[in-house]
Design a binder for this molecule. Structure first.
Ligand SMILES: *[C@@H]1O[C@H](CO)[C@@H](O)[C@H](O)[C@H]1NC(C)=O
Ligand SMILES: *[C@@H]1O[C@H](CO)[C@@H](O)[C@H](O)[C@H]1NC(C)=O
Ligand SMILES: *[C@@H]1O[C@H](CO)[C@@H](O)[C@H](O)[C@H]1NC(C)=O
Ligand SMILES: *[C@@H]1O[C@H](CO)[C@@H](O)[C@H](O)[C@H]1NC(C)=O
Ligand SMILES: *[C@@H]1O[C@H](CO)[C@@H](O)[C@H](O)[C@H]1NC(C)=O
Ligand SMILES: *[C@@H]1O[C@H](CO)[C@@H](O)[C@H](O)[C@H]1NC(C)=O
Length: 120
């Protein structure tokens, strides 16, 4: 009950820089990178926690999604859109995700995505 109240509170708190995504335990969720589709991405970094732990990257044409044990085998990164798919969601996946993007014209952007995980 306490947890539910906290979630409701967060949901009504305004936060313009956030994009929210809701997923369900055991299902998949795709976090949109927010990349401009007209630009070609050269580097993608998906990060979690305040210490910026890497979970998925595209660096020099190579996708790597096994940085962090808890997500092993559950992530896929789309190298053109920058979107991150998390499969078989657990309640622990609910948190803020940060994505840093660099395109081939050396333009940088960063976006935050708040993932909520619900029980169906
Ligand atoms: C999640 O993704 C996997 C692999 O792409 C797929 O086999 C599975 O059906 C998806 N699950 C749901 C609930 O969509
Ligand atoms: C992408 O390019 C097309 C055609 O040049 C333009 O119409 C569209 O607004 C652009 N999209 C973004 C997000 O900049
Ligand atoms: C970053 O923070 C997470 C959660 O607080 C922790 O589990 C992880 O070990 C930390 N990583 C490093 C490199 O300090
Ligand atoms: C993106 O990945 C696909 C296959 O997963 C590959 O064919 C393609 O060359 C990759 N594109 C870039 C720009 O790396
Ligand atoms: C990757 O993203 C592009 C652009 O959004 C989309 O057309 C393509 O189908 C995606 N690839 C996969 C494997 O989901
Ligand atoms: C999903 O994760 C649970 C544990 O969180 C595991 O027991 C189950 O086998 C996983 N399902 C798939 C399809 O990977």
């Amino acid at each position: 009950m306490k947890l539910l109240l906290v979630l409701l509170f967060l949901q009504v708190t305004p936060g313009e820089s956030y994009r929210e995504v809701t997923g369900y335990i055991g299902e998949n969720a795709t976090l949109l990178s927010g990349a401009d589709p007209n630009r070609t991405l050269s580097t993608i970094n998906w990060l979690i926690y305040t210490n910026n732990t890497l979970i998925a990257t595209l660096i020099k044409g190579t996708i790597k999604v096994d940085w962090f044990d808890r997500y092993k085998g559950r992530l896929s990164l789309n190298n053109s859109s920058g979107d991150l798919t998390i499969r078989n969601l657990t309640s622990k996946d609910a948190m803020q995700y940060n994505v840093d993007l660099t395109d081939t014209e050396r333009h940088n952007s960063a976006h935050k995505i708040d993932l909520k995980v619900k029980r169906k």
